[in-house]
Design a protein around this ligand. Structure first.
Ligand code: SF4
Length: 629
């Protein structure tokens, strides 16, 4: 009896012994099952967290669509099993399997992880272990799948260098096909795993840690990463699509309730605002928009293909989308009588219009979230997110007046040069907004304050900054918990230990691989779930490996210090990032580059691509070509 039937039988017997069996059953509407034997190339797409989160991940949806469009390849899905299912799998010696053909992941040619955030790393190791695939890259041979990874977190791939064979840096739609083509050629031509990796290393945007060695200074600081053979690139330029392709329209419809039961359409990629803490805003440049007409036709197809009742219009700054009014009007007009909800995750207060609000009102959108991030002018200048407070207050009044009882405001504490007065200002601002709500709609008005903690991210102007100390974060959160309470107020915050862990994993080098492995061995997993993070396991792992986490998280970097991620080129130049960092220290703001270019370098980095695709401007209206100093 082959593995597949064995697994199906086992699953049929055990499915009802676990929570939410729909996580493991597959069979969703729009699932694509291909004939395993007839298709030469097999890829497992893995979202290393629960099905409830992963099923609606747009990255996986796009790759599932791209690969299954091919006639020579199939893509199947796998997610992190919850603790109850993991125990059963381990107990009965059942390897982790895909949802479509229920094939053990070890039988796939490629196991592809999407890693949007760092606290998924231990889950990725746990999944490899549950799939009986050697966790360490160096222990894999020709019989094992090629383990690849992409996603925002891998813009600093070094902490995972011991575990991942191939990193795909940047946008995945094209590079995934090149990776499949090279694998197909290698598979039909035979050859060693080393040959496969060498052939892969020729693909632009691919980084193979195996071909590099890292060196460090005596004081422990990272020195450099050196290719250890000819032909291996010193720098890996991220991949971008010059023009955004039509969005996917065949969304999987889960048979259980999940976090997002909706259609997600990316209306634009990139952002020109230049907030200095924002990783996505820096690594997703340049700004590229989809046409409103393309989006509306994709929405029509997606609704027809799924029956979903909610549409999320995704981007980093949706109200900056040039055709936002046409788009919302078009959707409202077309679906006015069908009770379709529209959610616009990120609206900027400055470009917020009553028009948008009115149209969203017609579509019963859930609630309103605005992200001022900081409550004092000084901090807003430091992070380069200037904001007219009067406009925020009047917008809040408009929102309450037009029938939304709940307003959510996002703030971030822990930014460089922040004082306790800046934190107190968050309390005062939230109370002012709540009072506006009370005056406008009475005591049913609610103000939810989401206060996360700043993590200095690679490839941003704040990559030189230190993460705030846990003591300082606790002092600030104590103030918020003490003061930001009472009628109509709700506060949420991030555990300071979680912040430090994220900062270490974001800013680390390959010496962290051992720590991640030890933490996992000691039980760390589901680190993205605050109540599940095994902080003791992590603390012990740092001790066992003689590594001080504060060396990575809490240390301000010298301007000339080398970063473990310097070999990953986002197209945005170090000099531009440094200038923005220096501006932050003098509380100097930089205008939205949609109005004035700051020569970040992206325009030049992809000049060939622009010419090839006769893309004239993207959203770089008056670009300044980058000239090396
Ligand atoms: S090249 Fe200029 S306009 Fe384009 S993203 Fe960079 S700073 Fe903005």
């Amino acid at each position: 009896m082959n593995n597949q039937n064995q697994i199906s039988d086992w699953l049929d017997k055990n499915l009802l012994r676990v929570e939410r069996p729909g996580r493991y059953a597959g069979g969703e509407y729009n699932q694509i099952i291909k004939n395993w034997e007839e298709i030469p190339l097999h890829t497992a797409l893995v979202f290393p967290d629960l099905y409830d989160l992963g099923i609606s991940n747009l990255g996986i949806t796009i790759l599932y669509d791209e690969i299954n469009k091919r006639t020579d390849a199939l893509a199947e899905r796998a997610y992190a099993p919850w603790l109850d299912m993991e125990n059963l799998l381990r107990q009965d010696g059942i390897p982790l399997f895909s949802l479509e053909n229920r094939k053990p992941l070890s039988e796939f040619d490629i196991v592809a992880f999407t890693l949007p955030y760092e606290t998924l790393y231990t889950n990725a190791l746990n999944i490899l272990d549950l799939a009986n695939i050697p966790i360490l890259s160096r222990e894999r041979n020709e019989t094992h799948p090629l383990v690849i990874a992409g996603g925002h977190a891998v813009y600093n791939p070094e902490p995972l260098a011991d575990f991942i064979d191939v990193f795909a840096i940047g946008e995945g739609e094209e590079i995934i096909h090149e990776i499949l083509d090279v694998h197909k050629q290698w598979k039909s031509g035979g050859g060693t795993r080393e040959d496969l990796l060498l052939q892969m290393s020729a693909i632009p945007g691919v980084y193979i840690p195996h071909f590099y060695s890292a060196s460090y200074h005596e004081d422990g600081k990272f020195a450099e990463l050196t290719p250890d053979r000819p032909g291996i690139p010193h720098k890996i330029l991220k991949r971008i699509l010059p023009i955004l392709p039509p969005p996917p329209t065949r969304f999987l419809v889960p048979s259980i309730d999940v976090v997002h039961n909706r259609i997600s359409v990316e209306i634009m990629r990139g952002c020109s605002r230049g907030c200095r803490f924002c990783h996505a805003g820096m690594v997703n440049r340049p700004v590229r928009e989809r046409k409103a007409s393309d989006i509306i036709s994709a929405i029509h197809q997606s609704l027809t293909n799924t029956g979903f009742e909610e549409i999320a219009l995704l981007s980093l700054s949706s109200s900056d989308y040039t055709q936002i009014n046409e788009l919302i009007s078009g959707i409202s007009r077309q679906y006015a009588d069908q009770h379709i909800r529209i959610s616009l995750p990120s609206l900027r207060i400055e470009s917020f219009s009553v028009d948008i609000m009115e149209k969203l009102k017609e579509t019963r959108s859930a609630g309103f979230t605005l992200a001022p991030e900081a409550a004092t002018d000084r901090m807003r200048k430091t992070i380069n997110k200037p904001l007219d407070i009067e406009q925020l207050l009047s917008t809040a009044e408009e929102i309450y007046q037009r029938g939304w009882p709940t307003l959510k405001l996002y703030f971030m504490i822990g930014h460089p040069n922040e004082t306790i007065e800046d934190v107190q200002a968050i309390v005062d601002l939230c109370k002012s907004v709540r009072d506006i709500g009370f005056r406008t709609i009475g005591r049913r008005a609610k103000l939810n304050a989401g206060v996360s903690t700043f993590v200095p991210k690679p490839h941003t102007p704040f990559q030189w900054a230190a993460c705030d100390t846990q003591e300082s974060i606790r002092e600030k959160q104590d103030l918020l918990r003490r003061e930001l309470r009472g009628p109509g107020l709700k506060l949420s915050w991030t555990d300071p230990r979680e912040t430090q862990l994220e900062a270490v994993l974001s800013r680390g080098d390959r010496r962290l691989s051992k720590v991640i492995y030890s933490a996992w061995k000691q039980g760390a997993k589901f680190d993205a779930w605050q109540d599940k993070t095994a902080f003791n396991a992590w603390d012990q792992a740092f001790v066992d490996n003689k590594i001080d986490p504060a060396f990575y998280s809490g240390r301000q970097r010298d301007l000339d210090e080398a970063f473990p991620w310097d070999h990953i080129d986002t197209g945005v130049k170090r000099k531009y990032l440094m200038q923005e960092y220096l501006n932050s220290r003098q509380e100097i703001t930089s205008e939205d580059c949609a109005t004035q270019c700051h020569a970040c370098g992206i325009f030049s980095a992809f000049s060939e691509l622009r010419k090839e695709n006769s893309v004239d401007l993207w959203k770089c209206p008056d670009p300044i070509e980058w000239k090396e100093a």
